[in-house]
Ligand binder design. Structure first.
Ligand code: COA
Length: 145
């Protein structure tokens, strides 16, 4: 499977938002992604397969620490290593861009994502009670230091 990981561009934000709508109860909009594509402190990436955007991810540089805000793969392309490729690319670029420790929040019940992050050395360090809505759920705060 020839998947290309590359920087997200303005032309990709619509496709990224469509995947978000398919997957999340509170999806990011195309405008949300566009703001990140244009921000000099944010790094967003897409996975492209045969010309189609099949996943995306992004990280913000908050005074030298990385905050991962999105990691998503289109349901029909899962379990083929695409998220791994996205994370690997994003974390290498983050390091090259001077980002040190990285953090993220994830629903406590979201085992696929938690396993993915653990595979990259992230560890749960705390819980934010009731962080998520629709449905209400705690967030696990993970760090890679
Ligand atoms: C989490 C998600 C991004 C994984 O994408 P993916 O492309 O299927 O993941 P990969 O095939 O690259 O798998 C990488 C690792 O993640 C973990 N993983 C992925 N799916 C899993 C599942 N269903 N159950 C358990 N572990 C899983 C495994 O550790 C896997 O490594 P392995 O294949 O060596 O076992 C995808 O399931 C998704 O988009 N989920 C909905 C969005 C979401 O919850 N994003 C995170 C928000 S914080």
């Amino acid at each position: 499977m020839k998947v290309i990981i590359r920087q997200m561009e303005a032309a990709d934000v619509e496709a990224a938002s469509i995947i978000e709508q398919e997957v999340f109860s509170m999806p990011w909009s195309a405008e949300d992604f566009l703001e990140m594509v244009e921000a000099d402190y944010a790094y967003y990436y897409v996975a492209e397969y045969e010309g189609e955007i099949v996943g995306c991810c992004g990280i913000r540089n908050i005074v030298g620490e990385g905050e991962i805000t999105n990691v998503v793969v289109s349901p029909k392309y899962r379990r083929q290593g695409i998220a791994k490729k996205l994370m690997d690319y994003m974390l290498k670029e983050a390091m090259a861009n001077g980002i040190g420790d990285c953090t993220l929040e994830v629903r406590c019940s979201n085992l696929p994502a938690i396993r993915l992050y653990e595979g990259f050395g992230f560890q749960g360090e705390g819980v934010r009670p009731g962080f998520y809505d629709r449905p209400k759920e705690d967030a696990l705060i993970m760090w890679k230091r």
